[in-house]
Design a protein around this ligand. Structure first.
Ligand SMILES: [Zn+2]
Length: 130
């Protein structure tokens, strides 16, 4: 129980910092723990739960008058943020977890996997907000 509480406290700190420092935060509705690069965050979310974390973000957004919303996680990893090409289509292989960086076969943009996914999530969030 002590570990659980420590991890919940940690998620409280992370969610407060995220909301306080940004006017707008978008997150995926569901995110598996092995997609999280930050080890402490991954462990805490495995324990406490992604939904609980999203709940913290939602009520803190209200508290601090920020915008927070969740988006459908479909293709956020596989789609190129520059041109929209989706890996796994047109005869290409889907990206796997080990692919930390990749180059889009269509527009040749070079991506950090997580940064590209984050940009897709933000774009989806902005579209949903409009
Ligand atoms: Zn591309």
């Amino acid at each position: 129980a002590q570990v659980f509480e420590r991890r919940r406290d940690f998620l409280h700190n992370v969610s407060t910092t995220l909301i306080k420092n940004h006017d707008f935060v978008a997150a995926e509705e569901l995110r598996s723990k092995n997609m999280l690069k930050n080890h402490a965050l991954a462990m805490s979310i495995a324990d406490v739960g992604w939904r609980t974390f999203l709940g913290m973000l939602a009520y803190k957004a209200e508290l601090y008058h920020r915008q927070f919303l969740t988006v459908n996680p479909k293709n956020t990893t596989q789609a190129c943020h520059e041109c929209g090409f989706v890996m796994g289509t047109a005869g290409t292989e889907k990206l796997i977890l080990a692919d930390r960086e990749w180059t889009c076969p269509k527009c040749h943009a070079h991506h950090d996997r997580d940064h590209n996914a984050a940009q897709n999530i933000l774009t989806k969030g902005i579209i949903k907000l409009a």
